[in-house]
Write a protein that binds this ligand. Structure first.
Ligand code: PHE
Length: 350
C-alpha cells in the first residue's frame, strides 16, 4: 500500500470504530495514537517521504492526526454518557427499503371480474379437467367424427393417457367440456359458468396463442329462450365495459348450439367511430353463443322436450385486451415485471 492508501484505510477505520466503554476508548487511543499506533506509525513514515512531497503529505498526515484525536474525543464523550437507549439507535433519516408487493396477473383480475358479474345474477362456477376425453370435449357436444376441430392441426392430443391407450385424450379446446360434465351430474335448473385454461394448436403471434383462458356459460331451465340469452349478454357487457356499450348478434355456427350467433360489442376504443382495433367497423367480436342444441341436452341426460337452454363462451385475453388496450397477446405470458406491475384492480373503469 502506498501512503495515500494507508491514510485512506486508517480514515475508514476511524469512521467505523465503536467503543462503548471507557476501556474500549482507551484501547482505541492506544491503537491509533499510542507509541505503536497506526496513526503514529504513519507520522513516523513521514521522514522517508522524498523532499518534494513533504508539503503534501505533511498536510494530509496532520489532518489524519486531527481526525484521530477528535474521533477519540467523540468516543470518549459517548462512552462517558453511558449506553444509548434503544430510541437513540433509530435513525429516522435513513432511506428505507421499499417493500415490493406482488400484484394479480391481469388475466386473473379480468377472469375474477367476469365471475363476479355473472355471480350477481346467480351463476355458479364449475371446473373440470384440462386433459379431457373425446366425449366431453367433442362427442357429447355434437361434433361429427370428421369435424376439423378433431384434427391434429387444431387439437393437442395426449398420447397414451386414455382408457384405451393413445389418442383418445386431448388438452381441452374449450371449457364447453365442463358444461357437459355439469349436465351429466344433475338436472336443471342449471346456471353456471366455467372459467379455465384451454389449448389450441396455433402458431404463437400477437393475435393467437396455443394456450388461452375462457369463460363459458350455461343456463338450462324450463322455457329459456333467445331473449334471455341476449338480455344476459347485454347485462354482462355493460357491467364490464360501461352502460353506453351496445351489442349485436350475427348468425354463426357451432355444432352444439342451434341457432348460434357471434356477439359483437360497440368498439370501446373509438366509441364506434372506427379505429384499427375494430378494423374501422365500429364493432369488435367478443364471444360465441347460441341455444343449446336439443341433441346435446339429450346426450347429457336432460329431456329436451321439457328443458331448453342457452350457452356462450368468451376468451378472457380478448376481454382484457379491450379493457386494458394491450394489443399483443404475447405480453401477457412473458412475465415481464414491468408489464405486470401496471395492473391493479382499479386500473380500469367499470
Ligand atoms: N365453445 C365455443 C368456442 O370455444 C364458444 C361457444 C360456447 C359458442 C358456447 C357457443 C356457445 O369457441
Amino acid at each position: 500500500m502506498n501512503m495515500q492508501e494507508q491514510i485512506a484505510a486508517v480514515e475508514a477505520e476511524l469512521g467505523a470504530a465503536v467503543a462503548p466503554t471507557p476501556d474500549a476508548v482507551e484501547a482505541f487511543r492506544i491503537g491509533m495514537l499510542g507509541k505503536n499506533g497506526k496513526v503514529t506509525a504513519l507520522l513516523d513514515a513521514f521522514k522517508n517521504v522524498p523532499p518534494e512531497e513533504k508539503r503534501l503529505w505533511g498536510q494530509r498526515l496532520n489532518q489524519l492526526k486531527q481526525a484521530a484525536r477528535s474521533r477519540w474525543e467523540e468516543l470518549k464523550a459517548a462512552a462517558e454518557a453511558g449506553p444509548a437507549s434503544a430510541d437513540d439507535a433509530v435513525d429516522a433519516t435513513r432511506p428505507v427499503l421499499t417493500a415490493h408487493a406482488g400484484s394479480l396477473h391481469p388475466i386473473s383480475i379480468v377472469r375474477q371480474r367476469i365471475i363476479n358479474v355473472f355471480g350477481h345474477i346467480g351463476f355458479t362456477v364449475s371446473q373440470g379437467p384440462e386433459v379431457e376425453d373425446d366425449r366431453h370435449n367433442f362427442g357429447a357436444l355434437n361434433f361429427p367424427p370428421e369435424h376439423p376441430a378433431r384434427d391434429m392441426q387444431d387439437t393437442f392430443f395426449v398420447q397414451g393417457h386414455g382408457p384405451s391407450g393413445a389418442g383418445d385424450m386431448a388438452l381441452r379446446t374449450h371449457t364447453s367440456s365442463v358444461q357437459v360434465r355439469v349436465m351429466e351430474a344433475g338436472q336443471p335448473p342449471i346456471r353456471t359458468i366455467s372459467p379455465g385454461r384451454v389449448y389450441r394448436n396455433e402458431a404463437i403471434s400477437a393475435r393467437a396463442h396455443c394456450m388461452f383462458h375462457q369463460v363459458e356459460g350455461l343456463y338450462v331451465d324450463k322455457g329459456v329462450g333467445f331473449a334471455e340469452l341476449k338480455g344476459t349478454l347485454d347485462y354482462f357487457t355493460r357491467s364490464m365495459f360501461g352502460p353506453e356499450v351496445a351489442i349485436r348478434m350475427r348468425p354463426s355456427y357451432f355444432p352444439f348450439t342451434e341457432p348460434s350467433a357471434e356477439v359483437d360489442m360497440s368498439c370501446t376504443i373509438c366509441g364506434g367511430k372506427g379505429c384499427t382495433v375494430c378494423k374501422h367497423s365500429g364493432w369488435v367480436e367478443i364471444m360465441g353463443c347460441g341455444m343449446v342444441d336439443p341433441a346435446v341436452l339429450a346426450n347429457c341426460g336432460i329431456d329436451p322436450g321439457v328443458y331448453s337452454g342457452f350457452a356462450f363462451g368468451m376468451g378472457v385475453e380478448r376481454i382484457a385486451q379491450l379493457l386494458y388496450r394491450v394489443p399483443d397477446l404475447r405480453l401477457y405470458w412473458e412475465n415481464d415485471v414491468r408489464f405486470l406491475e401496471q395492473f391493479t384492480d382499479g386500473a380500469f373503469r367499470g
